[in-house]
Design a protein around this ligand. Structure first.
Ligand code: FES
Length: 170
């Protein structure tokens, strides 16, 4: 079935493109909408964005590829991106990534069997002054230690736990 924005996302799409004199200039916010709507930017999602903005597919793919925060593959509910660039590397990012691999039982690029977590090593998150840094979806965590990572994982698991017998998956 062909991809389509939901009614709510379509409203947001119309609001976003109305802010620009040229709808093609809305590419990045529309990619963000598509990421939220479809879970990640699959080739079909990028074709959909290209069609909606009347842009060449190559421009959409090139732009999506440049931005780490735009997901190009299926992720867990909590997508953990650990910066492994120089400043973070020098302050223990590799150890943090290995700690997360052990704690979650997955390697970068994988999703936990319960669908809660996925892991990725990424380049600079622009938080070098307080390295090592990681982000969970769009939430930043800086000056991380293994203990802080453990607390974070525990909090996210608690957030995801069913409340009152109902699943809370978004
Ligand atoms: S090097 Fe890690 S945030 Fe910049």
């Amino acid at each position: 079935m062909a991809l389509e924005f939901s009614a709510e996302r379509e409203r947001e799409f119309q609001e976003v493109v109305a802010r620009y004199p040229d709808r093609q200039a809305a590419l990045i916010p529309v990619l963000y909408l598509a990421d939220r709507e479809f879970g990640f930017l699959s080739p079909e999602a990028m074709e959909y964005v290209a069609r909606r903005l009347d842009l060449p597919l190559t421009r959409v793919v090139n732009t999506a590829s440049f931005y780490t925060m735009l997901r190009k593959r299926q992720t867990g509910r909590f997508h953990i991106q650990v910066c492994v660039n120089v400043a973070c590397h020098l302050r223990g990012a590799d150890g943090l990534l290995r700690h997360l691999e052990r704690r979650l039982g997955i390697s970068p690029g994988e999703i936990t069997p319960d669908g809660l977590f996925s892991l990725e090593g990424v380049q600079c998150l622009a938080a070098c002054g307080n390295a090592p840094a990681l982000q969970v979806n769009y939430e930043y965590h800086e000056g991380m230690t293994e203990e802080a990572v453990d607390r974070l994982i525990d909090r996210l698991r608690a957030e995801a736990a069913p409340k009152g017998g109902e699943a809370t998956r978004e």
